[in-house]
Design a protein around this ligand. Structure first.
Ligand code: PXL
Length: 279
């Protein structure tokens, strides 16, 4: 069984970061080791939250795994609350990276042209350095802009997405994938570039007008899980995009859906069925 290390926070309430990554990756048949950077009462989009910083333990835990001879097939990073956590995460990637280890970075820090609460421009610059270490990065347009210095635009064309990818690849990422990228009215999906060949790949779905928190985490968890199952990158991204879109649709149909997250629990059986058909 493949083993992944995921480094992000635990938001006890909120359906995001580790509370999505752990169940989704486990259901996909991947042993998932978690390194929680912080324990929050709920994610930061609620009006109030309380946070216990666990970053003081990060290196200690990683070193224990190293001493115990543990190896990882992949390291997947998500929301990291502080610049210090980004620095420690970079060190931990270096500690465990071997030939063939997949480093998957989701530089979670903003949406709709703005940084999430508590983040600064310096934070974005540090996230760019983390992305430079990655085999694959999956920023949304806001995050890609914050890291490359390109101005955020609501309306754009393919040239804009290509420019973002060229800059992200120029910073060091081996594959840059922009999420929430729309190539036509009413569509959304991914737009990516392979840094080595310069080849572009895209995949589009119908855009659903409602947006939910945690969909980026669901997309990233599904994509890295599919990659670890040996699915080629374009197909893995397509599976993740379709799965995220289907989960949003199912969430909308549930009249009691919580505003703070998606009903990812409802669609896990479909994901497993789909993977079974693929392989
Ligand atoms: O889903 C991203 C995320 C993860 N963790 C925490 C967050 C957010 C987004 O706001 O606040 C704590």
């Amino acid at each position: 069984m493949k083993r992944i290390l995921t480094i992000q926070d635990i938001s006890c309430l909120g359906k995001c970061s580790i509370t999505i990554a752990l169940p989704v990756l486990s259901a996909m048949g991947i042993e998932t080791v978690i390194l929680p950077t912080a324990l929050l009462s709920n994610h930061t989009l609620f009006p109030e939250y309380s946070k216990l910083d666990l970053s003081g333990q990060m290196m200690q835990y990683a070193l224990m795994w190293k001493k115990n001879g543990v190896r990882f097939d992949a390291v997947y990073t998500g929301y990291l609350g502080t610049i210090d956590e980004i620095g420690k995460t970079a060190e931990i990637i270096d500690l465990f990276r071997e030939e063939g280890t997949l480093v998957f970075v989701d530089p979670v820090m903003g949406d709709n042209g703005k940084l999430y609460r508590g983040f600064s421009d310096d934070y974005a610059a540090q996230n760019a350095l983390l992305c430079a270490r990655a085999d694959i990065i999956v920023p949304n347009i806001t995050e890609a802009c914050l890291m490359t210095g390109v101005s955020y635009r609501e309306k754009y064309d393919e040239g804009y997405l290509r420019e973002l990818c060229v800059r992200l690849c120029g910073m060091g990422a081996k594959t840059a994938v922009i999420t929430g990228a729309s190539l036509a009215e009413g569509k959304t999906g991914v737009y990516g570039m392979d840094a080595r060949t310069g080849k572009i790949f895209t995949y589009q779905n119908d855009r659903i007008s409602t947006s939910y928190h945690g969909t980026g985490d669901l997309f990233a968890s599904t994509a890295v899980g599919a990659l670890l199952r040996g699915i080629p990158v374009h197909e893995a991204l397509k599976i993740a995009a379709d799965h995220t879109s289907e989960t949003i649709r199912v969430t909308m149909e549930n009249p009691g859906n919580p505003w703070y997250g998606v009903d990812f629990e409802s669609t896990i059986p479909d994901l497993i069925r789909k993977l079974g058909e693929e392989q």
